[in-house]
Design a protein around this ligand. Structure first.
Ligand code: ATP
Ligand code: MG
Length: 428
């Protein structure tokens, strides 16, 4: 995102907190385009938007994200208020599941199709693509555990990212199997890693007991080397999922092939959260400028979370993508064009006409309210990049004919008031 340096140095304590961003009007155009595409695609697919609080009880995330995850261990913004511990949400799924239960949405016809957008907060070391306040768009589908349910979610993720303008998308999938399949895989993984545990980073040494699967996607190079070495090759090639789970996964893959969505199976893909079982996936996009791959979207199936948070047993599947990371991969959008800049010493007199141009004809019209002379106002019209200056003085009022100056060419013509909007709408 464009972040211009302040015109005057601002005292550090009065600057925005580290890892947060301002979006000025020029930046916000891209956000608004993204949001309107998200709403359009989700509405077209029968998903309804859900809005939940940014603050939740800390307990929700301890239970809903998992006490062994990086998010809960290191990254939450938690504070006490009264005798309550509250947390700024680090992700969207836990809140959506809570709202699903609390508002009785589980009684609706299955599947219940929901999506959300909004800010998330994680206390991470700020760096490129990693912020402390960032935004996610997420999609959750409750009530079914069928291959078609996984397929619908995956196709929505791919279509959404395509419609948002991303190119070079690659989809990686894995099957974590059922909770008990996962346990036997964990057991084997620990047995294989135990002899070389000392070679892993300190975090992975802690993860070994608390969340051993997470070792597989540790980003530390020495850990990566071990994980990719022949030591783990057999384990990662073996199939731990039960036959039913394998058949389910295979059907999802077949459906993707049938519609021409290519994917690769990545057996190292486990995702950070505790609650996943069955399908997990990530989507990366090719960065136009760098040619590098960038993971923008991740998700998977979580069949036990609703029950874990006190609701009825309800299978579910979902994904989320990071808005800032996605926007950084897209070309800058075209700025809003001002169709007409009204040069006048009497804005009230022209008000009705201007409102008609704006709201009946959909034109972007800016009125000069500086009270300066027409020469200065024409300079302002030029500075704001308007297509036309519309000169609206006393003579124009008397004749009900306005002077339209095309700012690109400098050509000026007299146009009767009633024809002004049509002339402004004409493509240059
Ligand atoms: P990573 O491995 O990059 O830390 P993650 O597994 O923590 O990602 P998720 O919790 O799955 O990420 O969130 C989904 C998406 O949200 C990510 O793919 C990314 O686009 C975005 N995201 C996550 N953390 C941040 C952050 N700190 N700043 C900006 N975007 C983020
Ligand atoms: Mg993370």
């Amino acid at each position: 995102m464009r972040q211009s340096s302040p015109a005057k140095p601002v005292r550090e304590s009065l600057q925005r907190p580290k890892g947060t961003q301002d979006a000025t009007p020029a930046d916000v155009i891209a956000w608004q385009q993204l949001e309107s595409t998200v709403h359009r695609v989700m509405r077209a697919s029968g998903y309804g938007e859900i809005r939940t609080p940014i603050l939740e009880h800390t307990e929700l995330f301890l239970r809903g994200v998992g006490e062994t995850t990086d998010i809960v261990n290191k990254e939450m913004y938690t504070f006490e208020k009264g005798d309550r511990s509250l947390t700024l949400r680090p992700e969207g799924t836990a809140g959506v599941v809570r709202a699903f239960i609390e508002n009785g949405l589980s009684r609706l016809a299955k599947p219940v199709r929901l999506y959300y957008t909004g800010p998330m907060f994680r206390y991470e070391r700020p760096q490129a693509g990693r912020l402390r306040q960032f935004h996610q768009v997420g999609v959750e589908q409750f009530g079914l555990d069928t291959p078609a349910s996984d397929f619908e979610l995956l196709t929505i993720a791919m279509v959404l990212l395509q419609q948002l303008g991303l190119t070079g998308l690659t989809l990686q999938l894995n099957n974590l199997g059922t909770a008990s399949d996962r346990e036997s895989f964990k057991h084997e993984l620990k047995a294989t890693l135990r002899p070389v545990l000392a070679d892993f980073c300190p975090t992975c040494q802690t993860r070994f007991e608390s969340n051993p699967l997470r070792i597989l996607d540790c980003k530390v190079p020495t850990c990566q080397t071990i994980v990719k070495s022949p030591l783990l090759a057999d384990l990662l090639a073996a199939e731990y999922a039960s036959p039913e789970s394998q058949a389910h996964f295979q059907q999802v893959c077949d459906m993707l092939s049938q519609v021409g969505i290519t994917y690769t199976r990545n057996r190292q893909l486990v995702r950070g959260l505790d609650y996943y079982s069955g399908l997990v996936f990530e989507i990366a996009a090719t960065d136009g400028q760098l040619g590098a791959q960038n993971v923008v979207c991740g998700g998977g199936r979580y069949n036990s979370l609703v029950e874990q948070l006190g609701g009825p047993q309800t299978p579910a599947v979902g994904f989320a993508f990071g808005v800032e990371r996605l926007l950084s991969l897209l070309p800058a959008p075209t700025p809003v064009v001002v169709d007409a800049y009204v040069v006048t010493d009497n804005p009230a007199r022209w008000h009705t006409a201007i409102e008609n141009w704006r709201h009946v004809h959909g034109l972007t019209v800016v009125v000069d309210i500086s009270g300066k002379g027409f020469g200065k106002q024409l300079q302002a019209a030029d500075k704001c990049g308007a297509r036309y200056a519309v000169i609206a003085g006393d003579a124009e009022w008397d004749s009900q004919t306005l002077a339209l100056k095309a700012m690109q060419t400098g050509q000026q013509q007299m146009v009767p008031l009633a024809e002004v909007p049509l002339r402004l709408l004409a493509v240059d």
